[in-house]
Design a protein around this ligand. Structure first.
Ligand code: C2E
Ligand code: MG
Ligand code: MG
Ligand code: MG
Length: 274
């Protein structure tokens, strides 16, 4: 029902907004059963060495097969999972599933691979995160050195000291940390001194918007700080060659492969270099 509509007035419920609120409420209750109902699935996008296109590992990316709406994007449901706290059990499931699959991938390809898992700020605020990571590693037998947890700068926005403490606890048993979507935040550089990261993931907006000087600057920054740099969103061979020329070590993007379901990720082989 619309509220006052006069000059300087406001409407709380425009019809479109009403629909949006309903939509979110519905997704929220659907998400509660999604895990148990087996509607969540992990896809895996290869991360490649830009030198030769060989696979260094994979990033696990959540997919939700909604019974009536079809595929719901994580961009839509991760925020709902965060608001409701459901991200904690969902994230726990992701950690277990991704590390188990990492073991299968290593067996299939006969070599060590990294597995990247996205963590949201809410998961770090929750006291169980360290135990959850440990139990996923123990259950799968995947070595902590090859698990990379991806975070964004948002982990420092609320209770940053606690987040840093938890990240140090995670690092103390050997896992690696990556700063995701790097370069899009308000003060990316100051975060680098606070967060114990090993890897910078250059946000794909730099490639998309054609910002070669900024790209070169961040690759150089990574080198100076002895951090690995992964370029996100490589969609063309020209982008690949340009990053190679800059000395960027790793990349991922649709040019190499879209995120793959578990079976397809097992079948995936290194890109042939021509
Ligand atoms: P992200 O971690 O930055 O993941 C990269 C996103 O870029 C993925 O979108 C991927 O499909 C997409 N992408 C990769 N290469 C290309 C490319 O060449 N071009 C374009 N246009 N896009 C590319 P996706 O899978 O929709 O995931 C979106 C975001 O959802 C992720 O961004 C991450 O922040 C979040 N997310 C996904 N899975 C999880 C999860 O398990 N836990 C948490 N907490 N967040 C997740
Ligand atoms: Mg990521
Ligand atoms: Mg990213
Ligand atoms: Mg992103």
């Amino acid at each position: 029902t619309a509220k006052r509509d006069g000059k300087g007035g406001y409407r709380l419920f425009e019809p479109a907004m009403h629909a949006d609120v309903l939509h979110r409420l519905e997704l929220r209750s659907d998400l509660e059963r999604a895990i148990g109902a087996g509607e969540l699935e992990l896809y895996y996008q290869p991360v490649v060495r830009l030198g030769d296109g060989s696979v260094s590992g994979f990033e696990a990316l959540l997919r939700w097969h909604h019974p009536t709406r079809g595929m719901v994007s994580p961009v839509e449901f991760i925020p709902i999972a965060e608001e409701t706290g459901l991200i904690v059990p969902i994230g726990r499931w992701v950690l277990h599933e991704a590390t188990q699959h990492a073991r299968r991938l290593e067996e299939a390809t006969g070599g060590p691979l990294r597995m990247n898992v996205n963590l949201s700020a809410k998961q770090l605020q929750h006291g169980g995160i360290v135990a959850d990571v440990k139990s996923a590693l123990a259950a799968s037998g995947f070595p902590p050195e090859r698990l990379v947890l991806e975070l964004t700068e948002s982990v420092l926005l609320e209770d940053g000291d606690l987040a840093v403490m938890r990240l140090n606890a995670l690092k103390s048993f050997g896992i690696r940390l990556a700063l995701d979507d790097f370069g899009t935040g308000f003060s990316s550089l100051s975060y680098l001194s606070r967060l114990p990261v090993d890897v910078l993931k250059l946000d794909r907006s730099f490639l998309r918007d054609g910002a070669p000087a900024l790209t070169a600057g961040i690759v150089g920054l990574g080198a100076a700080l002895q951090l690995e740099v992964v370029a996100e969103g490589i969609e063309t061979d020209d982008q690949w060659y340009a990053l190679q020329a800059l000395g960027c070590d790793y990349g991922q993007g649709f040019y190499f492969s879209r995120p793959l379901d578990a079976a397809a990720s097992l079948a995936y082989r290194a890109i042939a270099v021509s």
